[in-house]
Design a protein around this ligand. Structure first.
Ligand code: OGA
Ligand code: NI
Length: 307
């Protein structure tokens, strides 16, 4: 896995779209979200309604967790025999071509799916801050899903319902990418599309996210106080290909530590992922076969073909 810097020719004039969610003209906001999701599959939202103080506290508790000694972080480790993704994992052995990251993953919604054993007890405010952030991200993601539904000519709730309504799952991931002495030989995250519906990402000030757009890798600029939204595979499929699942990766820095906090909005595992039936007409035939969400994710994780 080599980071091909030569491929990387992003013209400075081309930037990832920035959508101001506080604009009182909802129609305009909705159209901007729809356009960015069709053309890029990624955009920043600013004035998104989540308080900067809450985001600061989210970053603080996550950073404090990663600063703990290894033995304490292992208290929430992903068990070796686990078939699920939840828990703390670490891949920081220096081997060329390996990924370079520590991660913590756990569900945050719905309440019935939460395994608190994967939520750090230290720092002690972790749970309270994460619960507060969860409420806010749910509101924001539902607003975005509403815009995207309207962009398909459907009711505001159409995509949310297609993902399982209140039974859709939300997952927090915290990525820690420490400085790496040979940044060209490794990646923090190899290129991928997110297998979920949407990701809402907060980062520290160190850039590193790159997206593939019109045959080039683009650096995603750090926009202070923004949340970066990526469109994943499930929205591609539910929208019958109208919205784009963006291919992206994360590079590492020689001197600086990068951290990111994506919240993934994921369909309920038992939901059938399929283009919303109202979209399918003679002129617009279905581009994807229906597949149960948990089978879809299993096949994508193990790199098996999916129709
Ligand atoms: C991810 C991801 C982006 C980032 O965790 O899937 O793409 O900026 N993260 O760290
Ligand atoms: Ni991703």
């Amino acid at each position: 896995m080599e980071v091909k810097k030569d491929q990387h020719t992003s013209p400075p004039s081309e930037m990832i779209p920035i959508v101001d969610l506080s604009n009182p003209d909802e129609e305009l906001v909705s159209r901007a979200v729809v356009k960015a999701s069709q053309e890029w599959g990624i955009f920043h939202v600013v004035n998104h309604g989540i308080s900067m103080d809450l985001i600061r506290r989210l970053k603080e508790v996550g950073s404090q967790f990663f600063e703990l000694p290894e033995t304490e972080k292992k208290a929430v480790a992903k068990p070796d025999d686990s078939q699920d993704f939840e828990g703390y994992t670490r891949n920081l052995k220096y081997t060329e071509g390996e990924v370079w990251a520590e991660n913590l993953f756990h569900r945050i919604l719905p309440q019935s799916c939460i395994n608190y054993k994967y939520w750090p007890r230290n720092p002690p405010q972790y749970r309270e801050v994460t619960e507060e952030y969860t409420k806010e991200t749910k509101k924001l993601s539902e607003r975005l899903l509403g815009f995207l539904s309207e962009g398909l000519g459907l009711r505001h709730e159409a995509l949310k319902e297609g993902l399982g309504g209140e039974k859709s799952e939300y997952v927090l991931r915290i990525n820690n990418f420490p400085p790496n002495p040979q940044p060209d030989a490794t990646l923090g995250l190899p290129e991928h599309t997110d297998i979920v519906a949407l990701a809402l990402i907060v980062t520290n000030e160190v850039p590193g996210l790159q997206v593939f757009h019109e045959d080039h890798w683009f650096d995603v600029q750090y926009v202070p106080s923004s949340i970066t939204v990526t469109v994943g595979d499930q929205i591609l499929r539910l929208s019958n290909g109208k919205y784009k699942n963006v291919l992206h990766r994360v590079t590492v820095d020689k001197e600086k530590q990068r951290m990111s906090w994506p919240v993934f909005v994921d369909a309920n595992p038992d939901v059938v992922i399929r283009p919303l039936p109202e979209l399918i007409t003679g002129d617009n035939p279905s581009m994807f076969k229906p597949i149960v969400c948990k089978d879809f994710k299993y096949r994508r994780l193990f790199k098996l073909p999916v129709d």
